[in-house]
Design a protein around this ligand. Structure first.
Ligand code: AMP
Ligand code: MN
Ligand code: MN
Length: 326
């Protein structure tokens, strides 16, 4: 593992101008990993452009370098670094328009168990609770001292992907990594308040609408989100705002599913599972990906068709699987 990190550090040091890119619908982990690595490279005088396919939620504006994040990277690049993305579809439209035509090396740094190893160089660690946690080792390999401007985005990534150190993939290594970032000057209280414990009033309006759609079918709790519901609430940022986590917290449920019916005969499906249950395979089989307890995909079809198909697949997948603590 340390071999590939040294190779990645070598490529970054050789590059003249690199593009750091993360997945669409950006979350705290991808934003933190992109901005933390960008700040470390800046310390070395290296030009690295931070990019995301979609605008990041405005609550992350407190992170150093947030204003530099672009959705339309311009100019030429001799190296590409993909962060927190399990496949190239999650990097679109930037992958097809900027990365593939350039014909330059692509470094793939990620922690999704479903990663398809699309890079020229792949560093994929499914045991890591976040990609941001992995970037600490890369900062060390680059020989850049850990400082607040690097540590704050990385701590944000760790906190958001572990939902405040609550997910079952949070290890003692995760806590040590967070301690180190706090020692470098990142405030855990600030990250908790600004990133994790923060939502607009409009999101509560949306939760109200989603609550009225919740159904419990056997061990599966599911709910629906539509663009019309979002519009009625003033289009809050951040999709479901973590509502899906509420579904899987139900004592009766082993799996939570959120169906985002985009209205164009395609439904985005979010998956959550209790510890001990693995739904990443279902999301992967449907063209998406994720982690054992958190995954996603987009499925063609009407809401009713997709819901019936996905529920059936999940039922089969979890038949014989047991939650650890219920
Ligand atoms: P979400 O429900 O959007 O928070 O996503 C849960 C997890 O699944 C995250 O780790 C995502 O990166 C991953 N994920 C969501 N949608 C997809 C997709 N279409 N393809 C691959 N991974 C996904
Ligand atoms: Mn992510
Ligand atoms: Mn992640």
């Amino acid at each position: 593992m340390s071999d590939v990190i040294a190779q990645i550090a070598g490529l970054l040091l050789q590059a003249r101008r690199s593009l750091l890119i993360g997945h669409m619908d950006p979350d705290g982990d991808v934003i933190g990993a992109v901005l933390g690595l960008r700040e470390a490279l800046r310390r070395l005088g290296k030009e690295a452009v931070p990019a995301l396919p979609d605008r990041p939620p405005s609550k992350y504006a407190f992170l150093p370098g947030f204003a530099e994040l672009t959705t339309a990277p311009a100019g030429s690049f001799d190296l590409f670094v993909s962060l927190d993305s399990s496949d190239t579809a999650r990097l679109e439209p930037i992958y097809s328009t900027v990365i593939a035509p350039a014909g330059r090396p692509v470094i793939n740094i990620d922690h999704h168990v479903t990663n398809v190893m699309f890079g020229t160089l792949n560093w994929v660690d499914p045991k890591a609770a976040s990609t941001s946690e992995m970037i600490i080792s890369l900062v060390d390999a680059l020989d850049v001292p850990m400082e607040r401007e690097i540590a704050l985005p990385l701590l944000t990534g760790i906190v958001m992907d572990t939902r405040g150190f609550r997910t079952s993939n949070t290890t003692s290594d995760t806590l040590r990594a967070a301690s180190r970032l706090m020692d470098a000057g990142a405030s855990l209280g600030e990250v908790m308040e600004r990133a994790l414990n923060s939502r607009p009033y409009a999101m509560l309006c949306l939760w109200g609408k989603m609550l009225s759609t919740v159904r419990l079918e056997g061990r599966i709790a599911w709910a629906v989100l539509t663009p019309a519901m979002q519009a009625e609430c003033g289009n809050p940022e951040e999709g479901d705002g973590g509502f899906i986590n509420l579904l899987v917290s139900l004592q009766e449920a082993d799996v939570g599913l959120l169906f985002y019916d985009k209205g164009d005969h395609a439904v985005e499906v979010g998956f959550r599972a209790k510890p001990g249950i693995d739904i990443s395979g279902v999301a992967f089989a449907l063209g998406g990906g994720g982690h054992p307890q958190a995954a996603g995909c987009t499925v063609e079809g009407s809401l009713e068709e997709v819901r019936a198909r996905v529920l059936d697949m999940v039922r089969r997948a979890i038949d014989g699987q047991r939650a650890l603590y219920r």
